[in-house]
Write a protein that binds this ligand. Structure first.
Ligand SMILES: C[S@@+](CC[C@H](N)C(=O)[O-])C[C@H]1O[C@@H](n2cnc3c(N)ncnc32)[C@H](O)[C@@H]1O
Length: 254
């Protein structure tokens, strides 16, 4: 079972977005990235397209959502059609490590809970490449608030298919090392919620009942989710959440 399997089941049950902080943080990042009418935006690892549709509808921008998972791409395409946003949102199956886009073709790249799963040494130069000079990159991820206890890092990596993270300052440094001037850093770790409570809030009682039904049909998934919940409990006070926004500095070659 991979994280993507669990993502899919949760999405099927009505979980709209799989990142902490919900829509409020999406709005904060979009504003910090100066997203507005006509902006060309990349939603990297966009899942089922909820954020891409929301951004296009709310800010009047044009969004390309990419994801490696064909299921997510299908779900996102369905949503785009349902919402009648075909002229403003396109969905492409693509890998963040090798983006099929011309250099400098986006005014903003927004990322929510994806780069912890990537080879960042390969992905960040790609991100830099596709952002126009003066454009923005915003990335919201799980972080370490303090040094994790021995073994915790390895357990997270194993449980979540290669997941690795670092303190928010480490994310900030990554932006700087890749040619971005950091404009915003936000730590909202204090709002980290119990996984179960988050689902109840997102799905309501009926949704939780549906999720429970689907889970009971997949004992392996129940076991994995229980393991993740235990990991998050172990990580209380250790794991946090935050985002960084940076503006791409123009290079002499631009
Ligand atoms: C935790 S989900 C977050 C989805 C969405 N951003 C949200 O907030 O709901 C991570 C997503 O990243 C996608 N993903 C993982 N690796 C990727 C890669 N190398 N390139 C593009 N997408 C990727 C997964 O398929 C999944 O849909």
């Amino acid at each position: 079972m991979t994280v993507s399997d669990a993502d899919r089941v949760m999405y099927e049950c009505g979980v709209e977005v799989l990142h902490p902080g919900g829509r409020d943080k999406t709005d904060e990042m979009a504003r910090a990235c100066q997203v507005g009418p006509g902006s060309r935006v990349l939603d990297l690892g966009g899942g089922r397209g909820t954020t891409a549709c929301y951004l296009a509808h709310t800010y009047g921008c044009d969004v390309v959502a990419i994801d490696t998972s064909p299921d997510m791409v299908d779900a996102a395409l369905r949503l785009v059609h349902e919402r009648g946003l075909q002229d403003h949102v396109s969905v492409v199956q693509a890998d963040a490590h090798a983006l099929p886009f011309a250099s400098g073709c986006f005014d903003a790249v927004l990322i929510e809970c994806v780069t912890t799963m990537l080879d960042r040494a390969r992905a960040f130069p790609e991100l830099r490449r596709v952002v126009a000079a003066g454009g923005y990159l915003g990335d919201l991820e799980m972080t370490y608030r303090v040094t994790p206890p021995p073994g915790f890092d390895a357990d997270l990596r194993e449980a979540w298919g290669g997941f690795t993270t670092m303190p928010l300052d480490g994310w900030r440094d990554l932006f700087v090392a890749n040619g971005f001037e950091v404009t915003h850093v936000e730590d909202f770790s204090d709002r980290m919620e119990h996984l179960g409570r988050t689902f109840v809030k997102d799905l309501g009682v009926a949704g939780v009942a549906r999720l429970t039904g689907k889970l009971l049909a997949r004992p392996g998934l129940v076991r994995d989710l229980a393991g993740w919940e235990a990991l998050l409990r172990r990580g209380r006070g250790v794991l946090g959440y935050g985002y960084v926004v940076g503006r791409r500095i123009a290079a002499p070659s631009d």
